[in-house]
Design a protein around this ligand. Sequence first.
Ligand SMILES: [Zn+2]
Ligand SMILES: [Zn+2]
Length: 175
Amino acid sequence: MGLIETWLVSEETGRPFHGCVRCRLPLLEIDRPWLVNKDYFRGECVLEYAVCQKCRGEVSAEIPEVTKAAVRQFLEAEIDWPARLAEHLGEGGEALRFSRCVSCLRPREDLDGFALSGLFDAEGHAVLGPLPLLLCRECYGRMTSLLCERSRGVWRRFLDENFEGPFDPDDLGIF
Ligand SMILES: [Zn+2]
Ligand SMILES: [Zn+2]
């Protein structure tokens, strides 16, 4: 397993994620890409899941366009994408992706918590582009502060329906 796959395995099983957290279908048997999200706090993985593109699209469809636009704008403004992509796709870039926050660049060792996000293609290969990325808890919090009430409700329901809580929905998750 490469470094990227190692970071994006399920902490619970120590293996790649098997099924979509929402539709429960085996990821390798459905012909769609999927996303892996993991949240760490004080050295522990507190939430992790894989979600297939179809489920992600269905949940995302419930989030108002204006909120999605605000999040997109945040990610564009707060991350120096040309610089990061040049580094991440260059030599040693894989390690760099997981070594610091993609936005504020603080090293992982100094972070209280962070979120990881990675994309896999339908065959289960990690797709290297803007993802995978590591976003620290502070930068992540600035992003989620942009979410409207309705989006928070969508996220809370997603947690309620697919996980055994309790979670603090304001602290966790990236979609
Ligand atoms: Zn699914
Ligand atoms: Zn940060």
